[in-house]
Design a binder for this molecule. Structure first.
Ligand code: MLT
Length: 322
């Protein structure tokens, strides 16, 4: 019975009339982290503009918990009709596939790429209560006060956790980690000194650094970003080997008709060509991919390459969630 219903659904979705009429109602965009954080912000900026392009609203659905694994499971089980899509990033759509041993979906087989979205580096930031003046002093302070320091992440496998893994390995620090449902709430606790340090996406922390609410020590990039020219790279600050950029993307459940993927991709490309959107994203330290890099096939190849790049790193770090 279920099989024949699914076959009928597949036949209906594959019909040209269905793809032409698409979208005829609002599109739900699943966001794997809490509202107010960097993934949510990207979803709102890009989703709103894509909605204008497609003539339908994008409804944001924050499905939080377990570093995005709950959200991606929900996306994988959604109807493949183009009315439920998801945003994710290097953590949710690559690293989680390598560290969570019991995911009930496969990130490459059960989801199809729609478009690659911008990428931003991480900032090493602390609360204003931390007395260090530069990264070397901060590392010494973290080592001397290891039992008193807590760092915030959005859970094991999240972008902020990937940053901490790289930071701990390069600096020999090992402070305690507090998991949050997203770095939006975590950064508020950092400002309040409930936690002392984060390795956080620039789009999340930079506005607070500019407002004088957080201290910044370094950026995990090869070169200083145009949005933060005064912030040294981690290598310039004395710790090479912490180069991490958190790229984002949009995915749909497997079986979503290619014509619908193409319409969504075209809307994402148009959104990222909009000078106002580009200005907003670049001001937060985001690098914007080219329209060619955003194509589904190019993004699929990029994501698979990222699995190959991160697999040995995760195996060496021996990070697993059973
Ligand atoms: C968020 O939106 O909260 C972040 O992308 C979390 C993270 O991966 O660090």
């Amino acid at each position: 019975m279920r099989r024949s219903v699914l076959s009928l659904l597949a036949i209906a979705l594959a019909s040209p009339a269905f793809a032409q009429a698409y979208p005829s109602k609002p599109i739900t965009l699943i966001v794997p982290f809490a509202a107010g954080g960097p993934t949510d912000l990207m979803a709102r900026i890009v989703g709103e503009r894509m909605g204008k392009e497609l003539g339908q609203q994008f409804i944001i659905d924050n499905v939080t918990g377990a570093a995005g694994t709950i959200a991606m499971g929900k996306l994988a089980r959604s109807a493949p009709d183009g009315y439920t899509i998801g945003i994710g990033h290097l953590g949710t759509n690559v690293v989680n596939g390598l560290i969570y041993k019991k995911l009930n979906y496969d990130l490459l087989d059960d989801l199809v790429p729609i478009a690659r979205l911008p990428s931003n580096p991480l900032l090493v930031v602390t609360s204003n209560q931390v007395p260090a003046k530069d990264l070397k002093e901060l590392v010494a302070y973290l080592k001397a006060n290891a039992d008193k320091i807590s760092g915030g992440t959005a859970g094991m496998g999240s972008g902020s956790h990937i940053g901490v893994m790289a930071f701990h390995a390069a600096t020999g620090t090992n402070y305690q980690l507090v998991p949050y449902r997203g770095t939006g709430p975590a950064v508020q606790d950092l400002i309040a000194n409930q936690i002392q340090i984060m390795i956080d996406q620039s789009s999340n922390s930079l506005p607070h650094v500019r407002a004088g609410k957080l201290k910044v020590y370094a950026v995990t990039a090869k070169e200083r970003p145009a949005a933060a020219p005064d912030v040294p790279t981690t290598a310039e600050a004395g710790y090479p080997g912490i180069e991490v950029a958190i790229w984002h993307g949009l995915w749909a459940p497997k079986g979503t008709p290619p014509e619908i993927i193409a319409k969504l991709n075209a809307a994402a490309v148009a959104a990222l060509k909009d000078p106002e959107i580009r200005r907003k994203l670049e001001d937060l330290g985001q690098d914007i991919p080219t329209p060619e890099q955003m194509q589904p096939a190019a993004f699929d190849a990029y994501q698979r390459g990222e699995f190959d790049k991160w697999r040995p790193i995760i195996e060496k770090a021996n990070v697993k969630v059973e």
